[in-house]
Design a protein around this ligand. Structure first.
Ligand SMILES: NC(=O)c1ccc[n+]([C@@H]2O[C@H](COP(=O)([O-])OP(=O)(O)OC[C@H]3O[C@@H](n4cnc5c(N)ncnc54)[C@H](O)[C@@H]3O)[C@@H](O)[C@H]2O)c1
Length: 251
């Protein structure tokens, strides 16, 4: 039974993780880090990582980029693998995560669903096949509490599409005003409302035809289950940067 520290344990995703782990024979949530106190969690919850006293096998982080330094310091000091699920990191923070992954095992993905990871692959294939003649527009839709935009998944999809081109296309987030004709770019658009779990559409718009590849998450459980799977998978792995491609070998 592996012992997991859940960072962001009082949040929506943290609660989902703890709920699933209650019935998991292979892993348990032993403690958490959060600024708030969750309901229905029996383990200790700390305000920051320096206070944690439990020995854990892995950290799952569904909090925010604000936790990163504190969390990495703790994981490096104790040689604990980290599953980084939060989104909205800066370029500098992503580079820092890469540096940490030289010393400990780090699993990072902006989306744990099998379907989205398949979509990422299909988007690259479509971009390679359709080439420069099709304009790429990404529309993502999330609940009204989401903090970052565009979503980490939209960025993953844009990166995947862009990997088809030698000369990368810049991202244009939303358009407003007298923007003129569309340039050689990837457009990204964030819709926020109600309790939408997560919708992503990648449109390839050509002359007189549109191909749309899309994914719709119907519950947050799909992400929680993927993160738990990743935590089990990464426990005991050597230092390195891992993602869903390592878990879903057939992708
Ligand atoms: N990778 C994925 O598949 C996936 C799926 C869903 C959500 N997410 C990401 O996970 C993150 C959390 O999502 P959520 O919907 O649960 O958000 P949420 O706001 O409901 O929960 C975040 C929790 O983290 C805590 N927190 C934030 N900053 C902190 C800090 N500095 N120290 C301690 N605790 C802190 C908050 O108090 C809160 O309880 C977001 O970045 C979201 O984009 C990723």
């Amino acid at each position: 039974m592996i012992k997991i520290l859940v960072c962001g344990v009082a949040g929506h995703m943290g609660k989902n993780i703890c709920e699933l782990l209650k019935n998991d024979a292979g892993a348990e949530a032993v403690c958490g880090v959060d600024l708030h106190t969750p309901e229905n969690f029996s383990g200790n919850v700390y305000k920051n990582f320096s206070e944690v006293s439990e020995k854990v096998d892995a950290v799952i982080d569904f909090s925010s980029p604000a936790c990163l330094n504190d969390e990495m310091e703790y994981c490096l000091k104790n040689n604990i693998p980290a599953v980084i699920a939060a989104t909205g990191y800066t370029k500098e923070q992503l580079a820092y995560i890469g540096e940490c992954a030289k010393k400990i095992a780090v699993f990072r993905t902006a989306n744990f669903s099998v379907g989205v990871n398949l979509l990422v692959k299909l988007v690259k294939e479509a971009a390679e096949f359709l080439g420069e003649n099709f304009d790429i527009e990404i529309v993502e839709k999330h609940h009204n509490l989401k903090k970052d935009a565009p979503s980490g998944t939209a960025l993953m999809l844009a990166e995947s599409a862009n990997s088809a081109f030698d000369e990368k296309k810049p991202y244009v987030c939303g358009r407003e005003g007298n923007v003129g004709a569309r340039g050689r770019e990837i457009g990204m658009h964030a819709v926020r409302g109600g309790t939408i779990v997560g919708e992503h559409e990648v449109m390839f718009c050509g002359e007189d035809e549109i191909i749309t590849l899309a994914h719709s998450a119907r519950s947050k459980k799909v992400f929680a289950a993927g993160a738990i799977r990743a935590a089990k998978w990464i426990t005991g792995k050597p230092a390195g940067m891992y993602d869903m491609k390592d878990v879903l070998k057939n992708l």
